[in-house]
Design a protein around this ligand. Structure first.
Ligand code: UDP
Ligand code: MG
Length: 320
């Protein structure tokens, strides 16, 4: 019996990319006839014609399934919906804007056949990648590594293959604030990296605004490390110690030399400084509290409004 491989593709407002991606992907999977392929497009609440494109493809090709989420839940949640749908011997996840070349899939499958459970990809930055983006990406991966203690290569993308064993473990995760590329590193297993040249987006614009990127970066750190909380208390202790030294200095000056340490400026500086430290600390605490709040609500990370699967054509389903 042929081994089964699923390909999961989250798409949000990608009407200009879906058909081209499908054609390129089909060429690749047709050339890998040794496997039984299943493709799943997860429409993350698109407002353009993406669902119509995906539906047309799913109706015409029995290897293609389509899930439509009830609204835009975000890339990570859409990816999770696809992973929950996926079954078989391996799953490949990739973006729907052709920045992840489908032609790399046979190399990833070959690495998996060698016994690797996770085949991750690392993008080689395009020449026109701005210096600011390169530096911020480098800094983030370094920071994430030192906070979490887990290794993740700079330039890691959500373009990877997972074996059935890893997928099963993955489906057991219950957490809501997802940072999938971190979780994939966290599960362990045998991991190998494949490099690829990142293409430009085929059509449309990136859906990751600076704010969304910062949110994901923050989720990555707060999901994997409590170190910022410890830094907050360490910082607080250092400031308190400095305050104590300054008080001791003032007492010595007054008692020993009858000189009063001049007032206003130093008082104002310490009040502002302490106020800043307190707000920063409350902010860090708040981030973790918000995380606990989100997890405690226990809402589903996404809701599927329509499901077009080969075996259940035309059926509508609700749930997670
Ligand atoms: N995406 C999604 N939901 C979102 C944002 C993005 O499903 O809310 C999809 C998007 O359609 C694409 C992938 O996630 O297939 C990566 O998004 P994008 O290309 O905008 O990110 P970038 O490559 O710029 O980091
Ligand atoms: Mg992209």
């Amino acid at each position: 019996m042929k081994k089964r491989i699923s390909v999961v593709i989250p798409v949000y407002n990608e009407e200009g990319n879906v058909c081209v991606l499908y054609e390129r992907l089909v060429r690749v999977i047709d050339s890998c006839g040794l496997y039984d392929w299943q493709i799943c497009f997860v429409d993350d609440g698109s407002k353009d014609g993406t669902w119509t494109c995906v539906e047309t493809i799913a109706v015409s090709d029995s290897r293609v399934s389509a899930l439509r989420l009830s609204r835009n839940f975000g890339h990570q949640a859409a990816l999770l919906a696809g992973l929950h749908w996926a079954e078989g011997d391996a799953v490949v996840m990739m973006d729907g804007d052709l920045q992840h070349p489908p032609e790399l899939i046979p190399t990833m499958v070959a690495e998996w056949e060698k016994g690797n459970d996770i085949v991750s990809t690392v993008r080689e930055e395009p020449e026109d990648f701005s210096l600011a983006k390169k530096i911020s990406s480098w800094l983030y991966y370094k920071l994430w590594h030192s906070f979490s203690g887990i290794e993740m290569r700079e330039g890691s993308a959500d373009f990877r293959l997972l074996s059935a064993g890893v997928l099963t473990e993955f489906k057991r995760f219950k957490e809501k604030a997802l940072f999938i590329r971190g979780l994939v590193q966290w599960v362990g297993f045998k991991n190998v990296y494949v490099r690829y040249q990142a293409d430009r987006r085929f059509s449309g614009a990136s859906k990751y605004s600076l704010l969304k990127m910062l949110q994901l970066a923050l989720a990555g750190i707060t999901s994997f490390s409590a170190l910022p909380l410890r830094f907050a208390s360490m910082f607080g202790s250092i400031v308190a110690f400095l305050g104590f030294l300054y008080a001791a200095y003032a007492i010595v000056m007054k008692v020993g030399y009858h000189v009063a340490v001049p007032g206003w400026t130093s008082i104002l500086i310490s009040v502002l400084f302490l106020g800043g430290v307190q707000l920063l600390t409350i902010g860090i605490l708040g981030e973790y509290l918000a995380k606990v709040y989100d997890e405690a609500k226990d809402r589903p990370p996404y809701i599927v409004q329509n499901r077009l699967c080969p075996k259940e054509r035309g059926r509508s389903a609700k749930g997670t």
